[in-house]
Write a new protein. Structure first.
Length: 210
């Protein structure tokens, strides 16, 4: 199988030195890539800025912004059997980016933001035989919002976690297949969860092919 996996954060620059981002470390995506390689699969990993090294057999595409990640993912999408979107794509970007550093001043600085591209939703609209697995980081009405996300973005499965999982080695995770029931994993390390996700992907691809 050919896995297309995204990992890490994206950055949206305010000026040449300042940006909007999040605390994603990329550990989950890189663990999924390593797990897929161990099971003999071909892997393309589209990664935002992280301090991690990919397995030698992984095709690594480095990106910075949400737009760059979207272009890279769309370029690899048709060749993939399964897409696992672990990346924490920044939801907003500045409406304009200054070409020079903004000087510090006494007055308050107001930023006007606009939405970035929704990569997962775009893939959900375009997918045919591909399996699409997404992630949801929620801290309020978590399961109901994850169920809504799996429907709205046409996902085959979703992995739910909380903001506490960002950067953590272990965390609580909940997995939901489309039309299925929740499967909970308490204080599970990301390497073990990655193997579980790849095994699930293999089953979903096989079931769709039958």
């Amino acid at each position: 199988m050919h896995f297309l996996i995204t990992a890490g954060p994206t950055r949206e620059y305010i000026d040449p030195v300042r940006f909007i981002s999040n605390g994603s470390t990329g550990k989950m995506g890189y663990a999924c890539a390593a797990a897929a390689v161990r099971r003999g699969h071909k892997v393309t990993l589209v990664s935002g800025p992280v301090a991690l090294k990919a397995e030698k057999k992984v095709k690594l595409i480095k990106v910075v912004t949400a737009a760059e990640m979207a272009r890279a993912v769309q370029g690899e999408f048709r060749k993939s059997d399964c897409v696992i979107m672990t990346a924490a794509v920044t939801d907003y970007k500045p409406a304009s980016t200054e070409k020079v550093k903004i000087r510090k001043a006494e007055q308050t600085l107001t930023l006007k933001l606009q939405n970035t591209v929704d990569i997962l939703a775009e893939l959900g609209r375009k997918k045919k035989q591909q399996i699409l697995i997404g992630f949801a980081v929620q801290d309020q009405a978590a399961k109901s919002r994850a169920r809504q996300k799996i429907r709205e973005k046409n996902l085959d499965a979703i992995i739910l976690n909380s903001p506490a999982s960002i950067g953590a080695e272990r965390s609580d995770f909940h997995i939901l297949r489309a039309g299925g029931k929740w499967e909970s994993h308490t204080q599970t390390d990301k390497k073990k969860l990655a193997t579980t996700i790849i095994t699930l992907a293999e089953k979903l691809v096989k079931a769709k092919a039958e």
